[in-house]
Design a binder for this molecule. Structure first.
Ligand code: GLU
Length: 297
């Protein structure tokens, strides 16, 4: 499903992020986007394949040693340019990429609209970054603290990465339900939704646990739980080669596909099943609901 790749270090981020997104393409997605920090916090995004995206940005400024990229598989809002990630906060100081769903986004969005926020997309993700900024402004805390406090208010599943224009040496990631791996190189750091984009740069990785927020700030990694408990990240060495990681520990891709079916079905239905009401919500066809109900046999 959707993919996340991010980089902070001494190299140019864009080529690493794009190569990583290409490695994650096998998961299936509907749009791609990148944010880069280079004095500005520039966001570029496009519906379609990573190749459509790279064509689209070919005349843009892609310089920057901090960047993050996302391939989206829409749950909230049509697959189009506007709903593609990354999403900016209200002031555009922050940007987010997100895998997963924020279940209580509608109530939070309404509160934020009442406080004067305006939204550019139909996604649950944009609501989360606006909430983070609202908390940051109200409580005067650092961005990672605002991320932690905001995640305490949301219900859902997520893997996120957040960048801030005013804190250009910092990258924040968090997870609940969707995986996040932090790759630790020499004076450089990688974040991804699985190890495939990272393994060619470093074998040292730390997998975040559910409910953890990781901050890389001026070359130092700290991990806290959403409940504000500091954790010592468990750094392990990846023993597998890239090909073996891509096969997910199975001898053949066919075995991987067979054994991943339950997970794939789970991921496909995530955010689309309302078990309490016994309803299935397929965003892409909701506007044709009446036509379908009234269709003649
Ligand atoms: N719920 C988010 C959206 O619809 C993220 C989807 C994803 O996991 O790519 O934009």
């Amino acid at each position: 499903m959707c993919g996340i790749v991010a980089y902070i270090g001494y190299r140019q981020a864009y080529p690493i992020v794009i190569k990583g997104l290409q490695r994650l393409e096998y998961r299936g997605y509907d749009s791609a986007g990148v944010a880069l920090l280079n004095g500005e916090l520039s966001v570029y995004k496009k519906a379609g394949k990573v190749a459509d995206f790279t064509n689209y940005v070919s005349d843009k400024n892609l310089v920057g040693q901090v960047g993050m990229g996302h391939t989206r598989w829409a749950t909230h809002g049509e697959p189009n340019d506007r709903n593609a990630h990354p999403h900016y906060s209200e002031s555009k100081d922050l940007a987010i990429i997100h895998n997963g769903i924020i279940e209580n986004y509608a109530a939070i969005k309404q509160e934020l609209i009442n406080s004067g926020h305006t939204f550019k997309s139909d996604t649950d993700t944009e609501v989360l970054i606006h909430l983070i900024e609202e908390i940051k402004h109200k409580t005067h805390v650092a961005t990672e603290e605002a991320v932690r406090l905001a995640l305490g208010e949301v219900i859902g599943a997520y893997a996120i990465v957040v960048l801030s224009k005013s804190e250009p040496n910092k990258m924040i990631a968090a997870r609940k339900g969707s995986p996040i791996v932090v790759g630790i190189g020499k004076d450089e750091w990688f974040i991804a939704s699985d190890a495939t984009p990272i393994v060619e740069y470093t074998k040292n990785v730390a997998y975040l646990n559910d409910g953890e927020v990781a901050t890389i700030d001026n070359g130092k990694l700290t991990v806290k739980t959403i409940d504000n408990e500091t954790k010592i990240p468990f750094v392990q060495e990846l023993e597998l080669k890239l090909e073996a990681i891509e096969k997910g520990g199975y001898d053949h891709f066919m075995m991987k596909e067979i054994y991943e079916q339950p997970r794939s079905i789970w991921d496909s239905m995530r955010g689309r099943i309302d078990a309490d009401k016994g309803r299935l919500r397929l965003g892409g066809i909701s506007e044709f609901e009446n036509k379908l109900i009234n269709a003649k046999e």
